[in-house]
Design a protein around this ligand. Structure first.
Ligand SMILES: CC(=O)SCCNC(=O)CCNC(=O)[C@H](O)C(C)(C)COP(=O)(O)OP(=O)(O)OC[C@H]1O[C@@H](n2cnc3c(N)ncnc32)[C@H](O)[C@@H]1OP(=O)(O)O
Length: 169
């Protein structure tokens, strides 16, 4: 299968924070952000694989900064690494200042998507060739994150997670 670059899956979603999407202190509700990120990451996975994609796991979410009512929120999702049928999708969340237009990083997350056929059976996807320094860094660490996710899900024995173990021993 012909390899692809992360930029080919880039998906950018920009939207406002409305009153119905906030918590009691007028900040974006975490579950709403998770849903927006899931949608963007799903499209990134589809753009990479040209298949139906399903969320297999949410590997990491950091709600680093609150996002207030009325904010303009931009979600950028890109496939950071592809395995056989699974893809790690890295998501960066930015908030845009209404006056200056300057974007500040508010959150990031890492999801795993699996490409499936019409019957929900996993199908092979193209490999990824990272280009930028950041893409290379994310690509290199993705195998460790996949192993950690599989161990936590009870789908891999800790002793089989060789890349992950190498971090500690
Ligand atoms: C866009 C949406 O929100 S979709 C709705 C939410 N998501 C869903 O409904 C998905 C429900 N789950 C499923 O359909 C299945 O569990 C699947 C398709 C994700 C996996 O199916 P399985 O029968 O476990 O297939 P299999 O064991 O071959 O795993 C497929 C791939 O997923 C990977 N995988 C499975 N679980 C995990 C996990 N928890 N973390 C990381 N990777 C995982 C496997 O390592 C494998 O990767 P590889 O092919 O790249 O080596």
């Amino acid at each position: 299968m012909t390899p692809k670059h992360p930029s080919e899956s880039l998906t950018v979603l920009t939207d406002l924070v409305l009153p119905s999407e906030t918590n009691h202190i007028n900040n974006l509700f975490g579950g709403e952000l998770l849903a927006r990120m899931d949608r963007a990451a799903s499209i990134a996975g589809q753009r990479h694989s040209r298949c139906i994609t399903v969320t297999a796991s949410v590997n990491h979410v950091a709600f680093a900064k609150p996002i207030s009512l009325g904010s303009v929120v931009t979600i950028e999702a890109k496939v950071s690494r592809a395995f056989r049928s699974s893809m790690e999708v890295y998501i960066d969340v930015w908030v845009e200042d209404r006056i200056s237009g300057i974007k500040t990083k508010a959150n990031e997350a890492i999801y795993t998507f699996v490409a499936v056929d019409e019957n929900g059976k996993p199908v092979e996807v193209a490999p990824i060739i990272p280009e930028t320094e950041l893409e290379k860094k994310r690509y290199d660490a993705a195998l460790r994150r996949k192993q950690l996710s599989l161990v936590l899900a009870g789908k891999m024995k800790p002793e089989e997670a060789t890349e992950l173990k190498a971090l500690f021993v």
